[in-house]
Design a binder for this molecule. Structure first.
Ligand code: UDX
Length: 437
């Protein structure tokens, strides 16, 4: 099939390459010429395992352009543009509205427009009128991809969710998208067909649940800190209950990234608009607990060092999670910036995140007190304390004896509970975990 993907950011670019992998002819469209140039050359504009290889492998079926009229040659159009957070917490719909407006003049009767962006409930219903006027059909097919596993999650998703209009048009839309995803469905991937509102809510409900799970265990970590309990053992013990499950119960400095934080805030904002904000008040608590985790690290360092002002502190981790160069709402970078603002000299190391971080640090006016590097050993040279803020494998595999020899004071704050505490203590470190010591 001939497919267009409007929006070639994280979601759209991976989706475009994955659709080509399924055998389709794909045109990726984006307003950013630098991004399009890079993708057209087969170079991934961001770090995502397996994505480069997928682009190269499917180059003959993939074209990237800034010209929206290229969509006129295709019959299925995915909309995968971003919905960033507005100042009031709600989702900014500028790009989604712009994509639909730009697409409509190029639609033919019978075309299918498939929304993938995470949107406030009610969006598909609102946009459907514009698409229907052109004789096309709109459906919503939210994505659930995790960074670091984006290619896998697109080609082997846990489930496919189709939000469709009522009646036979809904059946037609389902049949067309089934054809697009035929190879995925052949692997017995569950496929759930529902109305627009349900499909839109599935996405934000899933992210809200995951965020709640993380903040729940982080609340337990704070209780563990004052009672001498061990939150990792607690998570293991409750996780064996299959109703609870062990995944997403890793305590630490909390969640970040381009989805979880903004999606829960956007959901609360939408519920308030709908007059049912109170029912989601627990998500504000989830957000507050999450932000407290970042302050907690600064508090622990202050306890250990007396004062962070004038101290040299190394932070391992800049990106919001390992195997990613994404620094959006990154707890690791937030902590480094807070320490720098508090008067510490901070050196942050990350295998990938150091590149995008440099510009942000300069914009924040912190380049005198916060430097970034890819070399995590260089970062600890002469430091009074080390904070492990992102659980890259290279940090977990590091030899604490070597690190001990490079630092002036042996204090380690394990913000992700990812180190072997025994071997760090054996190397002479004063080890502080998050809800475990
Ligand atoms: C998330 C959802 O998982 C995905 O389904 C959705 O489509 C987009 O948002 P992603 O942003 O890639 O994906 O990150 P995820 O792996 O979910 O991690 C989110 C954050 O939670 C990270 O900062 C991670 O470090 C943190 N986290 C995760 C914890 O603090 N503890 C955990 O146990 C798990």
């Amino acid at each position: 099939m001939k497919i267009s993907v409007v929006g070639c950011g994280y979601l759209g670019a991976v989706h475009a390459a994955s659709m080509a992998e399924l055998g389709h002819e794909v045109i990726g469209i984006d307003i950013d010429p630098a991004r399009i140039e890079s993708l057209q050359q087969g170079i991934a504009p961001f770090h995502e395992p397996g994505f480069d290889a997928l682009l190269k492998k499917n180059a003959s079926r993939l074209t990237f352009t800034t010209d929206m009229s290229a969509a006129a040659d295709t019959r299925v159009h995915f909309v995968a543009v971003g919905t960033p957070q507005s100042a009031d917490g709600s989702a900014d719909m500028t790009y989604v509205n712009g994509a639909i407006k730009g697409l409509v003049p190029h639609l033919l009767k019978g075309d299918l427009v498939v929304g993938k962006s995470t949107v406030p409930v009610g969006t598909a219903e609102r946009l459907s009128a514009h698409v229907t006027q052109a004789g096309a059909i709109l459906m919503w097919n939210p994505e659930f991809l995790r960074e670091g596993f984006a290619v896998h999650d697109t080609l082997r998703p846990d489930r496919l969710v189709y939000g469709v209009p009522e009646g036979t048009v809904g059946d037609t839309a389902t049949a067309v998208l089934d054809e697009v995803y035929a190879d995925i469905l052949a692997k017995e991937t569950p496929r759930l067909v529902m109305n627009f509102a349900t499909a839109e809510l599935v996405k934000v409900a899933a992210n809200s649940f995951l965020a709640t799970k993380i903040s729940f265990i982080n609340a337990m970590a704070e209780i563990a800190d004052v009672t001498g309990a061990n939150v990792t053992q607690l998570a293991d013990a409750i996780g064996y209950d299959t109703r609870i499950g062990r995944r997403f119960l890793n305590a630490g400095i909390g969640f970040g990234g381009g989805c979880l934080p903004k999606d829960i805030r956007g959901f609360v904002a939408r519920a308030e608009e709908l007059g049912v904000g109170e029912v989601l008040s627990f998500l504000k608590a989830v957000d507050d607990i999450n932000i407290r985790r970042r302050t907690r690290v600064v508090d622990v360092l202050t306890e250990e060092l007396g004062n962070v002002e004038g101290k040299t502190i190394a932070v391992w981790g800049i990106s919001f999670k390992p195997d990613s160069d994404d620094i959006r709402d990154s707890p690791a970078l937030d902590i480094a910036e807070s320490l720098a603002r508090a008067g510490a000299t901070v050196v942050s190391a990350d295998p990938e995140g150091w590149k995008p971080a440099q510009a942000r640090v300069e914009r924040a006016g912190l380049s005198m007190s916060l430097t970034t590097t890819s070399d995590h050993r260089a970062a600890v040279q002469g430091a009074s304390a080390l904070v492990v803020a992102t659980e890259w494998k290279v940090f977990q595999d590091e030899d604490p004896e070597i690190i001990a020899g490079l630092m002036t004071q042996k204090v380690v704050v394990d913000g992700r509970n990812c180190l072997n505490s025994g071997s760090w203590k054996a190397a002479g470190f004063h080890y502080r975990g998050m809800g475990r010591n």
